[in-house]
Design a binder for this molecule. Structure first.
Ligand code: GDG
Length: 496
């Protein structure tokens, strides 16, 4: 963990995300507090505790209103009260339009270039604007409450317009934004109606610093601005945009995981026992154990992975019984029809494959269709000989890094889609193109046949890299860059 307070000096830290770090829920025993699982919350909650800042987010818990004040503020964590959560209230129509609608049915597929899933409705867009404005008001109010300076850090594609709105309310506030998913090339972005794609770009140009996972997405963003925003001047070499008398800096800041936490989980006594049980059950003798973990999402390439496995077992009978795959497929965005259809398709295909190839002694795919505790995941990652990440597009993909962090015995091979941010960072994986079924099968064969020495060499290298690039390094580099820019802005103002 890092202490970021030295970056902030006297500056108040305001974090903005769609999901909140603590949800108050009505339960049978009264109000219960839930902390959603996820890398971002587990990395940023300890950080927020030290900064005593404010986390602005959608108040989604059933008892959230009961514990918040009139402005939607509540001190967290319960009993410790280190920082404030400022809840923004959304009704059902807001959630449908802003979140399920524009964010998840329009921006999500476009940014992943999976345009067959792209849906645009004017109503979605209108709601997205209203909700972004509401969040901007909440942040502006938080900035107003502090006597000194403030810094707002916005997370993700749910808030493409918030920075511009906020800039209009608080012109001197330092605002930056991390975009967790890919940023598409101009020809894809312009599938948003005329006026809308420009509005998205102008919205993001409200930031002082725009942060992407990898350089390619930063370059796409700059190209889009160059092409669609005539009043902006793009400096491709310095990766910045001169816009409305300001400079918007752009850069790549690859996100990572809390590596120590995964190592600890994977080495806990319970994990060691589970690891042995899994190997005894699924990886006896020369049989190998594979694992994959995804939210059920069409970007993750789950049908493509199933197709590669099925074709391999079909065309190469000697590959049957060689390995068993544990598929952890966590239900996600179940309010959207495309996600439900995908879940059904995955289940049906797995049932068919197991019925076709399975024997008394061998189940080809073990499907786990529910959320699994992180410490169990770490144990499964440790037990595995192979892990497949086959995303069609993925901003970064943390599963790849979690697998590497949990591989304490350095026996596993990572089979990784070229179209993930991770593939541009991690050296040592077997890279595949999930659209190319023959190449995909080749990747699986290579992994299965790799010698223990080669596996260890590759995994060792990846683990070393990962230790030098944890989620705390990510935080450190973003805040370091932000304070640098803030200092140069102050110097300019002083001269002016
Ligand atoms: C977005 C971007 C980017 C999944 N099932 C379970 C579970 N998970 C955890 C994984 C991992 C996380 O969810 C998924 O992270 P990813 O990075 O793979 O993907 P997205 O959710 O699409 O995240 C992505 C990320 O933001 C961060 O910037 O890398 O590109 O799309 O941590 O382990 N965790 C538990 N049980 C499950 O069943 N505990």
């Amino acid at each position: 963990m890092i202490d970021i307070s030295h970056y902030l000096d006297d500056c108040k830290f305001i974090l903005v995300s769609n999901r909140e770090p603590y949800e108050h829920m009505r339960g049978v025993h009264g109000i219960e507090v839930k902390q959603p699982a996820g890398g971002l919350v587990s990395a940023l909650d300890p950080t927020m505790r030290r900064t005593h800042g404010t986390w602005v987010a959608w108040g989604s818990g059933t008892a959230d209103r009961d514990v918040a004040d009139e402005a939607g503020r509540v001190a967290v964590p319960p009993g410790e009260e280190c920082y404030t959560v400022r809840r923004v209230w959304l009704d059902e129509a807001d959630v449908n339009g802003y979140y399920h609608g524009f964010a998840n049915r329009a921006l999500w597929p476009l940014c992943h270039m999976l345009i067959q899933h792209f849906e645009y409705r004017t109503e979605f867009w209108e709601r997205y604007r209203t909700v972004n404005l509401r969040f901007a008001h909440a942040v502006a109010d938080e900035a107003e409450r502090c006597t000194g300076r403030a810094m707002a850090w916005i997370q993700d594609y749910h808030f493409a317009l918030a920075a511009e709105y906020l800039r209009a309310m608080r012109p001197t506030l330092f605002i930056h934004q991390f975009w967790h998913i890919p940023f598409p090339p101009a020809d894809i972005l312009r599938m948003l109606p005329a006026g809308t794609h420009e509005a998205v770009l102008r919205g993001l140009l409200g930031n002082d610093l725009m942060e992407f996972q990898i350089d390619r997405y930063a370059v796409n963003f700059l190209d889009c601005v160059d092409r669609f925003i005539p009043e902006a001047r793009v400096d491709h070499d310095r990766q910045c945009v001169h816009f409305r008398d300001r400079i918007v800096h752009v850069g790549a800041f690859p996100i990572s995981i809390d590596v120590d936490r995964f190592e600890e989980m994977a080495s806990a006594p319970g994990a060691c026992t589970l690891c042995e049980t899994l190997r005894e059950r699924y990886a006896k003798g020369t049989r190998q154990l594979g694992v994959c973990v995804d939210r059920i999402d069409y970007t993750k390439g789950i049908p493509e992975r199933i197709r590669a496995l099925e074709t391999l077992w079909n065309e190469s009978p000697n590959m049957r019984e060689r390995f068993t795959f544990i598929f952890v497929c966590t239900p996600s965005r179940t309010d959207l029809p495309a996600y439900n259809a995908l879940e059904r398709e995955v289940t049906q295909n797995v049932i068919r494959i197991n019925a076709t190839f399975g024997t008394d002694d061998w189940t080809p795919i073990v499907l786990i269709n529910e959320n699994v505790d992180s410490d169990l995941l770490a144990a499964v990652f440790r037990a595995a000989d192979l892990c497949i990440v086959s995303s069609l597009q993925d901003g970064m993909n943390l599963v790849a890094k979690e697998f590497v962090a949990s591989q304490l015995d350095e026996r596993g091979v990572l089979i990784l889609s070229r179209f993930t941010g991770s593939a541009e960072e991690i050296e040592g994986a077997v890279l595949i193109n999930p659209f190319n079924v023959d190449g995909f099968m080749g990747g699986i064969r290579t992994a299965l046949e790799m010698s223990p020495e080669e596996r260890r060499r590759r995994m060792h290298r990846m683990r070393k890299q990962l230790h030098n690039s944890t989620i705390f390094d990510w935080l450190d580099s973003i805040l370091g860059r932000s304070t640098e820019i803030m200092a140069s802005q102050r110097a300019l103002t002083a001269v002016g």
